[in-house]
Design a protein around this ligand. Structure first.
Ligand code: NAD
Ligand code: TYD
Length: 410
């Protein structure tokens, strides 16, 4: 087993999780607390439309886990909220972001505030604590000396831009093409600059498209599942042949915990899912899993600047000792079943403030939408077409020789 390079979960460890009420952050919180290893977690989350205390309910309802979890409602761009919390943390994991490409096209400003100013405020707090630690003045409330906190910044494959062929490596040039991806890339560059200038203990992960339970219904997989369950039209952007690499949320959260513990200071780690699919295959598989007809699908005008394909090389993380373990077909089927069985969770979201967004995002496009010809092999338009299920696409490209691990600020 790889030796620890940083403060991962463990007895006596205190992790500040920013954005921990969202989709991936709450999975990280639930899964780390469920290890029952004594790790304490403070969640700092401003609870945007995407933040949801209900995502933390399983941990809050567990008598062993609840005392190890604290929740603070606050903004990562607010130094007064961030400073005292970073002061008590062994590590900070930053999930907080505006995370939806379509919303970044409707209104980019919030993306920049959290993705740039928010990351800067976190870095300044880490820098302050690092200086205290270097002076021997960083202490617990009980007076025990503390080392400098590690920051793990959660980033995305979208910073590499559209990858027509092959797969992105950690040292590749960033080429973001949406305001969301540009804000994330700016955060990555800021983290790198603080590594180069102040020698902070920072690591960065770039995860693939993530799916699983508790994902806000604005994203492709939960949107298709919930619209299908409601019998509503399913918007397929353009030709539906855009390709994404899919990573189950428990794998994504586990990779982040692993990099927090084992990642080399200053290194970036891609976290691929190893499962590349065209969007229309995803839609077909979900409709089949839920027993809903293909004729719900509508071809709608494409997203402006739509990235055609994402794919990452995961050799560096594999060399560190981690790879994804949830098989896509099983993970997708379980996710479809979760949305079928947890209608109360997503109906509460789709009841509150959803209609305005949906009308803005989809109203005119669905009206302009056209039926999509039934894929070959689909049994009938009135029932499931299990033979469509999920075609196997080749996975990511060949492994390539590794660079040294120091990317940030190098
Ligand atoms: P999400 O939208 O479900 O959750 C984001 C959380 O951050 C919410 O709880 C929200 O309330 C909180 N938040 C937003 N702004 C904040 C602020 N200023 N201060 C404090 N909290 C704030 O997003 P997600 O899908 O869980 O993504 C989490 C992270 O992972 C993001 O940084 C995203 O860029 C990255 N990522 C996501 C995916 C994906 O497919 N979902 C893939 C790769 C990387
Ligand atoms: P999304 O879940 O928004 O993730 P991202 O844009 O960050 O990859 O979308 C995944 C893919 O699905 C993307 O190519 C856009 C497409 N898409 C649709 O075709 N219809 C939809 O209703 C949504 C939300 C996405």
């Amino acid at each position: 087993m790889t030796s620890p390079a940083g403060p991962g979960p463990g007895p006596g460890r205190h992790i500040l999780v920013c954005g921990g009420a969202g989709f991936i952050g709450s999975c990280f919180v639930r899964d780390v607390l469920a290890r029952r290893d004594g790790t304490r977690i403070t969640v700092l989350d401003v609870l945007t439309y995407a933040g949801n205390r209900a995502n933390l309910a399983p941990a809050e309802a567990d008598p062993e886990q609840a005392p190890r979890l604290s929740f603070v409602r606050g903004d990562i761009a607010d130094p007064a909220a961030v400073g005292p919390l970073v002061a008590r943390a062994d590590a900070v994991v930053n999930f907080a972001a505006e995370s939806h490409v379509d919303r970044s096209i409707l209104g980019p400003e919030a993306f920049l505030r959290t993705g740039v100013i928010g990351v800067y405020v976190l870095l300044e707090a880490i820098r302050h604590e690092t200086e205290l630690a270097r002076a021997g003045e960083r202490r617990t409330a009980g007076g025990r000396p503390m080392t400098a906190p590690r920051l793990l910044q959660v980033s995305t494959d979208e910073v590499y831009g559209s990858v027509e062929e092959g797969s992105s490596r950690e040292g590749d040039t960033l080429a973001p093409r949406s305001p969301y991806a540009a804000a994330k890339a700016a955060g990555d560059l800021l983290v790198g600059s603080y590594r180069a200038t102040f020698d902070l203990d920072v690591v960065l992960t770039r995860g693939a498209n993530t799916y699983g339970p508790f994902q806000h219904p604005e994203k492709l997989i939960p949107l298709v599942a919930t619209n299908a369950l409601l019998g509503m039209p399913i918007p397929l952007y353009g030709d539906g042949l855009q390709r994404r690499d899919w990573l189950h949320v428990t794998d994504h959260a586990a990779a982040i915990a692993f990099v927090l513990e084992h990642g080399e200071p200053g290194a970036i780690y891609n976290v691929p899912g190893g499962t590349e699919r065209a969007n229309r295959e995803i839609v077909a598989a979900l409709l089949a899993a839920l027993g809903r007809p293909w004729d719900l699908v509508r071809r709608v005008p494409d997203r402006p600047g739509h990235d055609r394909r994402y794919a990452m090389d995961g050799a560096r993380l594999a060399a560190l000792g981690w790879r994804a373990s949830v098989p896509f077909a099983a993970g997708l089927a379980a996710t479809a079943a979760w949305y079928r069985d947890n209608a109360g969770w997503w109906r509460a979201i789709r009841d509150a403030g959803w209609d305005d967004y949906y009308a803005r995002q989809y109203g005119a496009r669905i009206a302009a939408g056209e039926p999509v010809p039934t894929p070959p092999g689909w049994g009938s338009t009135s029932g499931a077409g299990p033979t469509v299920a999920v075609a196997a696409f080749p996975s990511v490209g060949p492994a390539i020789e590794l660079d040294g691990p120091e990317d940030l600020g190098a």
